[in-house]
Design a protein around this ligand. Structure first.
Ligand code: PHE
Length: 454
């Protein structure tokens, strides 16, 4: 614990945390949720939650990490013995996410390979994705490849190299996303789709919209899973915590917004605004973007396709590395296995756990849970809509009432004595956030169980 190396600069910290935050959550998950939950309605709810909830929780988690110098498992216990269970609960999240995250990572490699081998035209047809996903074996092959790459990097400890590459790749990804979004919104007929994405329509609004937006917020900003506590434990006192959080939050939200702008209007346009286009769920990005690239002149589509899927692959890889690192270190702390062995166990476990998520798109498609959830949806639902809100709730109680918000506020003030949003933070963490989370959870459980319909 006392050998923790610190980030040498503020920008180093922001980039590392942003590297974990920006991933498939922003580019793959955000657009399909926005499309599904009423476009502008979802966007508005998300933006409000991001500057209130997201900010509050990220400040709390990073401050807890920096104050205790421990990662989640030890940090909560160090603050209050009775809250040790929170560390265990948070640990479950990356364990559940890593396998299915890697399934989607596999799809990204598949599409990268498609574009490299000149398959741009074929990929634009609906049947391309359907054929790919319809085969039980092929997607599992790409999933194995993705997780193997993650494991090799974690095993040989070459994250630093990958991080260097990704620091350069991330801004390029941001620029490319802007370019594609501009291309999409200037297509004839795209305006209706842009309006759908930007303009809230309150008839689409329901508690499930909020729950989905909240789950997405946690997922995208790597909150409620102990990751930001760990990052905080590496942060120096002279790094300004508040402004770092604001920067990560703005960057992460901007990327998600832009990814939505490049996918949602196109999804609307290609399917004439029908639910068939908007409710594609996890497959949305893979079905829509090839159609966008296909419309580009000459070989532009191929070039953009190669570049895009390569960059998304790197963004996904830095996130899966950070997920696997977290899982490995949790287990090593608990059972004292060596790193190599732990890494292999985690990989094998993730391989086994990921297979149902992949098969849920074909041969196990008929197996569904709760509200028609397939395996991948189920894992995603349990981690993002159940465990994370519970973790967030107890984090609020711990900070708001057990140690007191002042402890976090003082930690924030370590740098220059200031905490500009202290009032907002205090009200949020004590009252608004916990009450709101509880209400939303109750609603969604009731809805999931079929006790109420909204
Ligand atoms: N926040 C990442 C994303 O948006 C997912 C992630 C969660 C990565 C936790 C690392 C740790 O893709």
């Amino acid at each position: 614990m006392n050998q923790r190396s610190n980030f040498t600069s503020k920008i180093g910290f922001v980039l590392a945390a942003a590297g974990s935050a920006v991933g498939l959550g922003n580019i793959w998950r955000f657009p399909y949720l926005a499309a599904q939950h009423g476009g502008g309605t979802f966007l508005l709810v998300y933006l409000i939650l991001s500057v209130t909830f997201g900010f509050t929780l990220m400040v709390a988690e990073i401050a807890i990490g920096r104050k205790t110098g421990l990662s989640a498992i030890g940090a909560f216990k160090a603050l209050d013995k009775r809250f040790g269970f929170l560390g265990v609960l948070t640990s479950l999240v990356p364990i559940i996410i890593l396998p299915y995250y890697s399934v989607i990572g596999g799809w990204v490699i598949k599409y990268f390979a498609t574009y490299v081998s000149g398959g741009a035209h074929a990929a634009a047809d609906d049947s391309y994705f359907t054929n790919f996903i319809g085969s039980p074996i092929e997607p599992i092959g790409w999933f194995f490849l993705f997780i193997a790459l993650t494991a090799v990097i974690v095993l040989f400890g070459v994250e630093k190299g990958i991080e260097k590459v990704s620091k350069f790749m991330m801004p390029v990804l941001a620029i490319l996303t802007i370019g594609i979004a501009v291309y999409v919104i200037t297509r004839p007929g795209a305006m209706d789709g842009v309006i759908y994405y930007i303009k809230p329509n309150f008839k689409d609004f329901s508690p499930t919209t909020i729950l989905a937006a909240m789950g997405q917020l946690f997922y995208s900003m790597s909150l409620a899973m102990g990751i930001m506590v760990t990052y905080g434990s590496y942060m120096k006192k002279d790094n300004n915590l508040e402004s770092s959080v604001r920067q990560i939050e703005i960057f992460d939200t901007a990327i998600a917004f832009l990814a939505g702008l490049m996918i949602v209007p196109a999804a609307y346009m290609f399917y004439g605004g029908s639910t068939e286009g908007l409710k594609k769920g996890p497959t949305l990005m893979f079905v829509i973007l090839p159609k966008v690239f296909e419309e580009m002149p000459g070989i532009m589509g191929t070039i953009i396709g190669v570049a895009f899927f390569l960059l998304v692959f790197f963004a996904a890889l830095t996130s899966s590395i950070s997920l696997m690192e977290t899982v490995v270190s949790i287990i090593m702390d608990k059972v004292k296995w060596n790193r190599k062995f732990t890494c292999i166990v985690v990989t094998v476990f993730s391989l086994i756990m990921g297979i149902p998520s992949s098969l849920g798109f074909n041969v196990w498609g008929h197996i569904t849970f709760l509200n028609d959830l397939t395996f991948l949806d189920l894992f995603d639902f349990v981690s993002n809509s159940v465990i994370m809100p519970i973790v967030a709730f107890f984090t609020c109680i711990l900070v708001g009432f057990i140690i007191g918000p002042k402890v976090v506020a003082d930690e924030v003030k370590e740098t220059d004595g200031k905490f500009k949003s202290e009032k907002l933070f205090t009200v949020m963490i004590k009252w608004v956030a916990p009450i709101f989370i509880l209400a939303i959870l109750a609603f969604s459980v009731a809805e999931g169980m079929g006790w109420i319909t909204v």
